[in-house]
Design a protein. Structure first.
Length: 314
């Protein structure tokens, strides 16, 4: 297990390297001049003399290889420079916004799991019944409705019309309700369909027939045997979506004015805040890799045959 984790951690290095290289290349290919973007954000008229001074200050007059190596060195020290817009260290700005995104992501993941797992099990056990039709209806609705439209719809009914919940901001549990539901609906749709299909497939396997022949109770077969294997695709999906949520639920944070990482990134794009964009890409790559590693470890714990297969392939 330790050796496996070590190999996966080492594999992070080339992936992050490629992500930073692509970001660096796209920034320099872009017609936007970082020095001009900084001056525009600071409301300073970009005269040729001031532009030249800022380019020298940012190291933009150095060769591209030197600039890239300098960027890598700074990122290794978690130094992402200073934001063009706020004139504050980017890492300090990110640290102040990450807790809001993590809070929203974890609550959304928890709520979607609490709804989709029982719903997926019941839909598989009672196939073609009314509860199966309801689950499929929820899945179709959740997968087809745009998140921004759902957010505004929930805001209109529960905040404007009924005045039950706040429209925007963060602070109390009431602020979490609408953004969590907005984020969770599409996850519930995906997870319910995944679990239902996986359970129906496993219920046709030979080991289930043998278990019934031995006289095991149906509930025990479903929960202790079928669900343990059928939930594997769901865990994979949750891990992938957790990485996506932790990198900032951009649309929902914009709709509900949630002070998270995603909203900060959108503001950076509009203001051509290059240091913030570089920081976002770096953290997004790291978070996706870590979430994938956690998923693999959970899968390995639930099904030790995975490590056996890996050794056999080697």
């Amino acid at each position: 297990m330790i050796r496996y984790i070590g190999k996966r951690m080492i594999s992070i290095i080339p992936i992050v390297f490629v992500a930073t290289l692509v970001t660096f290349a796209l920034i320099h290919i872009s017609p936007v001049d970082p020095a001009e973007a900084y001056l525009t954000a600071a409301h300073i008229y970009p005269t040729p003399e001031v532009l030249e001074q800022k380019r020298h200050e940012f190291g933009l007059d150095q060769p591209l290889l030197t600039q890239y190596l300098d960027t890598i060195k700074r990122m290794a020290k978690m130094d992402f420079g200073t934001s063009y817009l706020t004139n504050k260290p980017v890492w300090d700005e990110v640290k102040s916004r990450l807790p809001a995104t993590v809070e929203l992501a974890l609550w959304s993941m928890l709520f979607s799991a609490l709804v989709s797992i029982p719903l997926g099990i019941l839909a598989a056990v009672y196939k073609n019944s009314w509860i199966d039709r309801v689950s499929r209806g929820i899945s179709y609705f959740g997968a087809s409705i745009p998140q921004f439209w759902l957010g505004y719809l929930l805001m209109f009914f529960f905040s404007v019309k009924l005045d039950w919940l706040p429209v925007e901001g963060r602070g109390t549990w009431e602020n979490l309700v609408l953004p969590t539901i907005t984020l969770s609906l599409v996850l519930i749709a995906v997870y319910t369909r995944l679990l239902r299909s996986s359970m129906l497939e496993q219920m046709q396997e030979t080991y289930v027939q043998y278990a019934r022949t031995r006289g095991l109770r149906e509930r025990s077969i479903l929960l202790k045997h079928v669900l343990k294997i059928a939930i594997s695709p769901l865990i994979t999906g949750m891990g992938m979506n957790l990485g996506k949520l932790l990198t900032g639920t951009i649309i929902v944070e914009q709709v509900f004015s949630w002070p998270g990482f995603g909203r900060y990134f959108v503001d950076a794009i509009f203001n051509r805040d290059i240091p913030v964009i570089q920081c976002y890409v770096f953290l997004a790559a790291c978070l996706f890799i870590v979430c994938n590693l956690l998923v693999d470890l959970v899968q390995l714990y639930m099904d030790p045959r995975i490590s056996t297969k890996g050794r056999a392939e080697q």
